[in-house]
Design a protein around this ligand. Sequence first.
Ligand SMILES: [Zn+2]
Length: 435
Amino acid sequence: MAAENSSGNGRDDLFRRIDDRRDEVADLTAALIRIPTINPPGDAYEPCARFLGERLAARGFTVEYLRAEGAVGDSDRYPRLNMVARIEGDGAGPCVHFNSHIDVVEPGEGWTVDPFAGDVGEGRVYGRGACDMKGGLAASVIAVESILDQGIKFPGAIEISGTVDEESGGYAGVAWLAERGYFSPPRVDHVIIPEPLYKDAVCLGHRGVWWSEVEVRGRIAHGSMPFLGVSAIRGMGAFLAKIEDELYPRLAQRRTRMPVIPDQARQSTLNFNSLHGGSPEQGDEGGFPSALVADRCRLVLDRRYLLEEAEDDVRQEVVDLLDALKVEQPEFDYALRDLWSVPPTLTEPDAPVVQALDRAIETVLGTPARHVASPGTYDQKHVARVGHLHDCVAYGPGILELAHQPDEYIEIDDMVASAKIMAAAALNLLNRSPS
Ligand SMILES: [Zn+2]
């Protein structure tokens, strides 16, 4: 390979070039933060996609802008515009693709800096999306530009994409592109997603998700004579008690071989996203709810499951609890509605992209790479399930816990180190002999 064939020298020159671009990686991150791509609703996707695309086009990339027309959320007001840039190397070879989502979650409360100013200080860039994941995107751009500036020859091609809607499921972003062949061979062979999962760790995949809504059905009556009705809220209370007593202890026992971080997520988990029963809430000013026995109570469950679990079983164990209640309480009635699900995804540690990143991490940081898995899902699911491409991982700078928090930031040193690792891994993948 060019960088390593010319022994350590070519690589050292490349790394020096990336070091020299320290200010530039910070400036690029700040510039991306200043485009407030808040999702929902999907603000400013077009200026962000074009900002990236114009930069890469000026560097010789062929740039496509792909609007996910007809996808969920797409409208003339909020066009779901994706950007895919590709640069060909010399001759036939594989393609390494860096995929970043350009959307960010709303800033929320508690900031001490302007979330969209892109402030730089104390070796950090601050702002919404700094860590998740405009810093990772900037690092990948600097990595690839540095390979080109260095004049390193490589076979195959390199792609960089900026895609939309990851924070809302990625259906108008990576999933939409994957349905059109953008994440499948022969176009693409290896995918690195620079999500913030620490500069020394390769993220192999994520747990599965099963969301559902449980509606407990009662019978309405006057609130002064509750014995004439059946309270859906009391029924829900009984269901929640069963979950506490029976399901939570079981879930806590189920550990996975997936290296999920943080450690408390290395098991099955269940969250209650929302709970509502009885007449609609009137808000603080709206007065009291009516004097009625609640005939409906709804709970939205967020169950995260493991490679070792099957979705049917995950669902069935909730159904079993509900059916047991029906036996214990003849008036208990319910409906269960599946809302959304994603199976777990795990790339094996011997996959080429993992090996290439492992080597690069060891070279740049001097420590062995850690392998982790994400507690929540990200766009890897679409690459694997829709694109049927399994040589895909997340690797990028940043601290996972800072994602979606106030005063989110990214360390500039981490971006520089990650850019070197991405560049070295890409060259390794491009130059490996086909298996
Ligand atoms: Zn993200």
